[in-house]
Write a protein that binds this ligand. Sequence first.
Ligand code: GTP
Ligand code: MG
Length: 365
Amino acid sequence: MKNEKNDEIIEQELELQEEQTQEEITQEKETQEETTPEEETTINEEDVEIKNPEKEKVGIIDLPGVGAATAEKLESVGYRDLMSVAVATPAELVDASGMSAAVAKRMIAAARASLDMDFKSGDEVLKIRETVEKISTGSDSFNELVGGGFETGAITECFGEFGSGKTQIGHILAINAQKLDENAVVVYIDTENTFRPERIQQLAEGAGLDPTKVLKNIKVARAYNSDHQMLMAEKVEELVTKQNLPVKVVVVDSLTAHFRAEFIGRGTLAERQQKLNRHMHVLLKLADLHNICVYVTNQVMAKPDMFFGDPTQAIGGHVVAHASTFRIYLRKGKKGSRVAKLIDAPNMPDGECNFYVETGGLKDV
Ligand code: GTP
Ligand code: MG
């Protein structure tokens, strides 16, 4: 309730921004049409070739159909290198720059052709896996459950009822990433206003780290609605590619709360899932391309009574379930402990562990 006013202001700002970009897009379209009227109509498969064969020097500007204005527009929304274009969908590029779908397809094909995007052999993949780092949860049994800690290059999701420890784990990861590497940057997308710098200070002191430095390395973004949340996730890319920050962990706490609050009723479900899917893919790409540990929290709802078994179910349905690499169900256990249950993981058996949330962090039972 208290944020309603804020929400309104932010929403108005976002709308304004949107209007402005729309205007720019139309302007650019007009200029494009003036200067290159034949461009959209004559697309050959052969055009996909890039003029400049020297791979290192090829940039977005060298792609077919990209003028300075389009390149600038794409860069301003995060498409800064060929890889980001190569793994984009045509619709994403159309959204971002207002270009036609045909031009977008051609650009993507050219970016793909110029990059080494072939199959990798199993041993090469193993080599890449060696760059995976594991961020400790502070509890040995919890670490063991997930194969040594929360992995970089993956999305780990914790879902559970209120007070089950989801937010605490986010704070602890922010500390432990910096224990691993004192310069590691943590991005905290806070949708519920539950990020607490005081708690970070406390945990940092407990871990023997300089609280001021730890706080400096945490970039907090308060997201006021789902669009804002999605935008902030997209902006993380800039921190890595533009500002060269060594981002190691991205926390989205909570992943689903805004979506749940904004899309009410069955009629809106498809749209909600579509947006959530887009958001998850932005996060997946971040994890994958920049070897980042993405940690998302999720709520649960009571299952409709046509189902049986566990009475709770995570929000977000298949979209969230499939995109998360590791899924952990948190619940309250005996004597104030918490139980973490591994539901889904690529190379770990399902299992359970118990731990306590304490002032100093997570502790084994
Ligand atoms: P929602 O966001 O409401 O869905 O819950 P959550 O899963 O994020 O819960 P959260 O991580 O906020 O866990 C809250 C619980 O952590 C509290 O109920 C406390 O038991 C414990 N906790 C949080 N901070 C401290 C602390 O400083 N000391 C101790 N001993 N326990 C703490
Ligand atoms: Mg929370």
